[in-house]
Design a protein around this ligand. Structure first.
Ligand code: TYD
Ligand code: MG
Length: 499
């Protein structure tokens, strides 16, 4: 990186850290705040304009449209609250993630990898809102009118009140918004917008920050909800300065493995609701479809037990989700065995392997271990530990889990099982999907009453290993004999039907 020229003496804060937005008066190789290297970007001081004249568009503070600005501080108790009614978006999963609907004047950032479906999601949202008679302004700086029209016609009937503007100039966008006065606005993406009076092209730290700020003023001043699409960097953060994330009311991430069709929308920040809620969609030819029963969708192969698979119930916000975990343990041909995970923190895997080795006595040290969570979901709920541990043990010993059995519990380093949050809700979900038996921490026996499952209270992973894994099956023969068939069980009362 070349050191850029110094600015005039009285210019302040001419360098920003592109990772955290930290301002420094001097160039730096190592950000003193976040510790990242080579993230210094030169930026003109806030509000500086080409040719030296400092100017900012729009009002400096936000005032509700048509209202008098208060003279100064006023008692909080006297602040009048307008009925801040949340508008249903017409997409239930999105409403859930937003905490119950759209709040007027909110600024929301939607991030995600390229091609994951951000534009599709927001166009669908815009169409859903417009169909209810609201006026929508969809601003795109990335695609042409024809491209968006083509996509829209795949998503359904295109309502008249959805207005499209292909524009990258911030002032033009704000002017259109002022004349159209939409009920909600979508900007796809914030990285393509720029203010012509500022130095630097679209996507630079200053441009992203200043455009974000101008849209914040617009949203708050006009009570219009504004959605911003944000590109993410390769390590998953929204590109541009972190200040954008601090500025907005909610940061939503659309995630999922690109080649699997499920997409999960979750909030990383939400000023109007919980950040734990999660929305599940399926990417189809006709756009994103809400998945009404995600547990059913994430159980890939129904309820048949195979060695190396276990079903876990992960609590995602208020909703328990049943997800299948697959593990494969095989002899390693390398000095250092491989540990590969998808959808699971590798450090968590390392802890579980150490517990299985020391507390259960499984000699996993010379084996490669692969663990996958189906559906592209990421597990970070500690209550799923036991299920993951049993999937690994099951593959290692070629012993399937007992049929229709679910295991719940956080695994401690001593191999004991710790309590899980909202056990009853998880067990009820499992019972609904056709499970018949549940292993859970002994301390929670009372919570499990009346959930409709045969209860197997457990104190340790070792006990779970002995109680929940069935008989050993021989490894599959090349001819495909019956050796792989799992233990036969009496047919269950409730067969789950899969489409
Ligand atoms: P897009 O919304 O353009 O992603 P982003 O804005 O996050 O970059 O989605 C692009 C992908 O979605 C593309 O690979 C095609 C797929 N897709 C469908 O499968 N079905 C559809 O109806 C649409 C519109 C897109
Ligand atoms: Mg896009």
């Amino acid at each position: 990186m070349t050191r850029p020229v110094k600015h005039a003496k009285n210019d302040k804060a001419v360098f920003y850290c592109t990772a955290c937005g930290n301002e420094q008066p001097r160039w730096f190789g190592h950000c003193p705040r976040c510790g990242e290297w080579n993230t210094a970007a030169e930026a003109p001081p806030a509000g500086a304009a080409k040719g030296g004249a400092a100017r900012r568009p729009g009002p400096k503070r936000w005032v509700p449209a048509g209202a008098e600005r208060p003279a100064g501080p006023a008692p909080l108790a006297h602040v009048e609250v307008e009925s801040a009614e949340r508008a249903r978006t017409g997409m239930r999963e999105l409403d859930r993630v937003l905490g119950g609907g759209l709040v007027p004047g909110s600024l929301l950032l939607v991030g995600g990898d390229p091609g994951i479906g951000k534009s599709t999601l927001l166009l669908q949202l815009a169409m859903a809102l417009a169909r209810e008679g609201r006026r929508l302004l969809y601003v795109s700086g990335e695609e042409s009118e024809q491209q968006i029209r083509l996509r829209a016609s795949r998503l359904g009937e295109v309502p008249e009140s959805l207005l499209l503007l292909c524009e990258t100039d911030l002032e033009a966008v704000l002017e259109s918004a002022a004349s159209v006065q939409p009920d909600a606005m979508v900007v796809d993406s914030i990285q393509t917008l720029s203010r012509s009076d500022l130095e630097g092209g679209p996507g630079t730290v200053t441009q992203v920050r200043e455009c974000g700020l101008a849209l914040l003023h617009y949203a708050k001043g006009s009570h219009t909800p504004v959605f911003l699409v944000g590109h993410v960097t390769k390590d998953g953060a929204v590109a541009g300065p972190r200040v954008l994330e601090h500025m907005v009311d909610a940061v939503l991430y659309l995630e999922g493995e690109r080649y699997q069709h499920y997409r999960v929308l979750r909030a990383a920040k939400n000023r109007f609701g919980s950040t734990n809620e999660l929305g599940v969609f399926e990417m189809l030819d006709s756009g994103l479809r809400e998945v009404a029963n995600p547990s059913e969708a994430f159980l890939s192969e129904g309820l048949r037990s195979e060695p190396g698979t276990a079903v876990v119930a992960s609590l995602e916000g208020s909703r328990p989700l049943l997800v299948e975990v697959q593990a494969l343990v095989s002899t390693s041909f390398y000095g250092t065995p491989q540990r590969v995970t998808s959808g699971l923190d590798p450090r968590r895997l390392a802890v579980l392997l150490a517990v299985l080795e020391r507390r259960v006595g499984l000699r996993l040290g010379r084996h490669d271990v692969f663990v996958t969570v189906t559906g592209g979901l990421k597990l970070d709920d500690p209550g799923t530990d036991l299920g993951v541990a049993l999937a690994i043990a099951s593959s290692f010993r070629s012993r399937p889990m007992l049929e229709r059995t679910i295991a719940l519990g956080e695994v401690s380093l001593s191999g004991e099982l710790r309590r899980v949050a909202r056990l009853d809700a998880r067990l009820r979900e499992a019972a609904q999907l056709g499970f018949r038996r549940a292993g859970f921490p002994r301390a929670q026996a009372a919570d499990a009453e009346g959930c409709g499952l045969e209860a197997v209270p457990l104190a340790t992973v070792r006990e779970a290993f002995e109680a929940l894994l069935g008989e050993r099956v021989a490894p599959p023969r090349p001819e495909g004999g019956s050796a792989r068939e799992p233990r036969a069980e009496a047919p269950a009362g409730r067969e789950r039907e899969r489409p």
